[in-house]
Design a protein. Structure first.
Length: 139
């Protein structure tokens, strides 16, 4: 089952990259924007947890988004200092446009699934993700 999931993920990533790339950002950059759109201002550590990545990988992602004017970083910065990342108006607009386009990819014409099946699959995948993530933290 997990191998089928990996194969599906590769195909889905290609399709998502096409849509996200129309805004000139990458999938991980969209992840940052989406996390900020869904919640309050977050620290780099908070973002790493939300995206299920290592905190060290966040600096490059946030710097790229800052250079584009999509986020700002507030706080003293430096090692051990909490620095909060905030969406700019343009970052919010980009995140919303991409989210709308990604929502269109959930349709039957793309997935072959009826709307109820999409919702069921999303719930099942979230359960698998959460279980795998919990298992990773026990090692």
């Amino acid at each position: 089952m997990l191998w089928t999931l990996v194969q599906t993920a590769h195909l889905a990533r290609r399709r998502l990259s096409e849509v996200i790339g129309e805004e000139g950002i990458t999938g991980p950059q969209f992840g940052v924007l989406a996390a900020l759109l869904d919640g309050d201002d977050l620290s780099s550590s908070d973002l790493a947890r939300a995206l299920l990545v290592r905190p060290q990988s966040m600096a490059g992602l946030v710097d790229g988004l800052r250079a584009r004017g999509l986020v700002v970083r507030d706080g003293p910065g430096g090692r051990g200092q909490r620095t909060v990342v905030t969406l700019t108006d343009e970052g919010r607009a980009v995140a919303r446009r991409v989210r709308g386009r990604l929502h269109d990819l959930d349709g039957t014409h793309v997935t072959g699934l009826a709307p109820a099946q999409v919702a069921e699959l999303a719930a099942l995948l979230a359960q698998v993700r959460d279980t795998l993530d919990a298992d990773a933290h026990e090692d």
